[in-house]
Design a protein around this ligand. Structure first.
Ligand SMILES: CC(C)(COP(=O)(O)OP(=O)(O)OC[C@H]1O[C@@H](n2cnc3c(N)ncnc32)[C@H](O)[C@@H]1OP(=O)(O)O)[C@@H](O)C(=O)NCCC(=O)NCCS
Length: 202
């Protein structure tokens, strides 16, 4: 099983058939929370829909075009983070995500997305990572913004949801920007208590 560690309490595990029941139950108990943003929620009606979804996702993982992970928080399935599109030729990947409502507001998604980005850049040689979301989805936009992505523009009427077309905001970060950002964070953590002015030679 492919597992990506996130922190002491959280792991990303590639979805497998044994996760179908937990996935179905989490979606079924979060329909109202997820429906405004995710078109597939009401298509997962019975447990076998979750099995079929996981089977398809495993096929696409084998083909190298997608990777669907469950987010496990204290050994409970909390949600999912997905590499929805891997363009191996251009080394571009797109990420999507959701959490059950009881797991929202704990920083789980921000940390999970950061761990997945590390994996994509370090293990899959991806150079550009994209996240798309509707302008109304403020909680979703907060994830790329808090991770240093740039908002590059609006994809007009890029999504069809609840009988009408919606714009998408396109956020992206490159491998170089991600590495620079991480290096900056590490250097900040090493600064003496008084800040840069206390460094030798200043
Ligand atoms: C999108 C979603 C996963 C975000 O979950 P979350 O629990 O807010 O994520 P995190 O706790 O990791 O938050 C990330 C950051 O955004 C901030 N944030 C979250 N919601 C915010 C809001 N409405 N306004 C401002 N900041 C917000 C958090 O404070 C956090 O910042 P911090 O780490 O500096 O504290 C969750 O709201 C969800 O599942 N929504 C329904 C499905 C969905 O919309 N999926 C995305 C479709 S594009």
């Amino acid at each position: 099983m492919l597992t990506i560690p996130v922190d002491r309490c959280t792991q990303l595990r590639l979805l497998e058939m044994s996760h179908a029941q937990a996935m179905f139950r989490l979606v079924a108990s979060n329909r109202d929370h997820l429906r405004p943003w995710l078109p597939w929620v009401d298509r997962m009606r019975v447990e076998s829909d979750a099995e079929n979804y996981i089977l398809r996702s495993l096929g696409r993982f084998s083909a190298g075009t997608e990777a669907h992970f469950g987010i496990w928080f204290r050994e409970m399935l909390a949600g999912s983070i997905t590499v929805e599109r891997i363009d191996a030729w251009n080394r571009v990947a797109e990420i999507g995500y959701w959490l059950g409502k009881e797991f929202v507001g704990k920083g789980i998604m921000r940390r999970s997305a950061a761990a997945l980005i590390d994996y994509l850049i370090e293990k899959r040689a991806i150079n550009r990572i994209e996240i798309r979301c509707t302008p109304a989805n403020i909680s979703s936009q907060a994830i790329p913004l808090s991770l240093g992505f740039r908002m590059e523009g609006t994809l007009r009427e890029a999504a069809y949801l609840k009988g009408r077309f919606h714009d998408h905001l396109l956020f992206a970060i490159t491998a170089e920007e991600w590495k620079r950002r991480k290096q900056g964070e590490e250097e900040t953590q090493c600064l003496p208590a008084g800040g840069p002015s206390e460094l030798p030679g200043r």
